[in-house]
Design a protein around this ligand. Structure first.
Ligand code: HEM
Length: 164
């Protein structure tokens, strides 16, 4: 899913340069309305010389021998750094949800919150989200809190990935 025409990194992307590339790892999930679960995850951040990153996250069930057994959630979108280390993100989910996020880039730490969560009529009732991303000892740690199905904002996912 990478851009095919390789270009230099746009200067506006320098604050996000540490994210570019492929990351793979494992995560955990929880929510009051569901059973706890584990997942594998692959994240790709690619660029085409324009001032945004294309982001794709693919998750899957990991078998006991480490194989990718079946897909779980997928999401994709664009990360758009703005002056003053601000960040705009737009994300789309195949579950009928689209979001606009705003946040801050603080070195190797990014904090985002939803401004708008739009849903198709068949989508689950997701109303807000909060995300943290951080580079810690070369590992990409991220966590997602959500408000959904009448529950307050609280953890749904957390994961640790390494460059692959
Ligand atoms: C790493 C990505 C994700 C994984 C692996 C994941 C996994 C899961 C699993 C296994 C469930 C329980 C079974 C099910 O209902 O399908 C679930 C439920 C749910 N997830 Fe996620 N999820 C992910 C991302 C998201 C995101 C980004 C959102 C919101 C935009 C979201 C919203 C929900 C909702 C609303 C439920 C249902 C809660 C309920 O029915 O009460 N998930 N997720």
């Amino acid at each position: 899913m990478a851009f095919e025409i390789s270009q230099d990194l746009h200067p506006d992307l320098m604050p996000l340069a540490w994210l570019v590339g492929r990351w793979e790892g494992r995560g955990h999930g929880d929510y009051p309305t569901i059973e706890k679960f584990e997942f594998g995850q692959q994240i790709d951040f690619t660029h085409n010389g324009k001032p945004y990153l294309h982001y794709v996250s693919q998750t899957y069930v990991v078998g006991e021998d480490g194989t990718k057994e079946r897909p779980l959630a997928v999401e994709t979108g664009f990360w758009r750094p703005q002056p003053g280390n601000k960040l705009e993100v737009i994300l789309a989910h195949p579950t009928g949800i689209a979001e606009i996020w705003y946040g801050d880039i603080d070195g190797a730490k990014i904090e985002l919150q939803t401004d708008v969560v739009a849903r198709t009529t068949s989508a689950k009732e997701v109303t807000a989200g909060h995300r943290l991303y951080g580079l810690v000892n070369g590992e990409l740690l991220w966590a997602y809190d959500m408000a959904a199905e009448g529950q307050s904002l609280q953890p749904h996912l957390w994961a640790t990935l390494v460059r692959s």
